[in-house]
Write a protein that binds this ligand. Structure first.
Ligand code: CA
Length: 233
């Protein structure tokens, strides 16, 4: 299995030199529960894509220092298969076929809507080699990333985007002990977040997925982190 494959909630690298556009993308994707990092030129983007273990890369084509085409080409030459969605300018100066030939997985022309972008990203993530089941299950708890639905048995559970991302990550690694650091890295943007926030959100989740059902599936493992057990506790 390539190194970048893991079962975390979605971590996205956005490589886009237009800062307002990049900031808007970051806000939009964060609102959908993704953890987002930004790079503003091709060299920085390539570096982060190499070291950052992203689930997906959104890559503008026209970038300073190194074009999106070359970033993608270089990653593939290094056998880095992180899914890449390329963004092109609206003038259509660059051909879709070029990007796909160089190893991009999908392609979107500016301007685009967030709804379309997010749908495409989720489709790409699902396609990721069949390693990601469309619907995640842990006992009678199920989470559908595409429909953004969570159920326990027949009961539907409403979660905020952050709670959803946290549960998604825990479900992808169910029955494993997951550290706070790992959770922060995959569900939050690491740099500016207090680790105690994880504890707070674990509490919120318990009140939604466990307490009303008399379960204790989301366990605290002292000194190590958390574990979501699939037998429902
Ligand atoms: Ca650009």
């Amino acid at each position: 299995m390539p190194e970048w494959v893991h079962y975390g909630a979605m971590r996205v690298l956005v490589v886009e030199d237009e800062r307002r556009m990049a900031a808007a993308l970051k806000r939009g994707l964060q609102a959908e529960g993704f953890a987002v990092d930004l790079a503003h030129d091709g060299v920085e983007g390539l570096h982060l894509a190499r070291v950052g273990e992203y689930d997906i890369v959104v890559l503008d084509i026209m970038l300073p220092r190194l074009s999106g085409y070359n970033v993608c080409k270089q990653l593939r030459a290094e056998e880095n298969w992180v899914p890449v969605l390329m963004l092109s300018a609206k003038d259509g100066e660059y051909d879709m076929a070029d990007g796909l030939d160089l190893g991009a997985d999908d392609y979107l022309t500016k301007p685009f809507s967030y709804v379309v972008l997010v749908a495409r990203l989720r489709a790409l993530l699902r396609r990721g080699g069949g390693r990601r089941p469309a619907v995640l299950r842990a006992g009678d708890l199920s989470l559908d990333p595409a429909r953004r639905q969570v159920t326990r048995g027949d009961a539907s559970i409403e979660l905020t985007p952050r709670e959803f991302a946290l549960l998604e990550y825990l479900m992808r690694r169910h029955d494993e002990v997951v550290s706070k650091t790992e959770i922060l890295e995959h569900v939050w943007d690491t740099y500016d977040t207090d680790p105690n926030v994880v504890e707070v959100y674990v509490g919120y989740l318990r009140r939604k997925i466990d307490v009303p059902f008399g379960r204790s599936a989301l366990q605290t493992v002292r000194g190590a982190g958390y574990r979501l057990v699939s037998d429902g506790g």
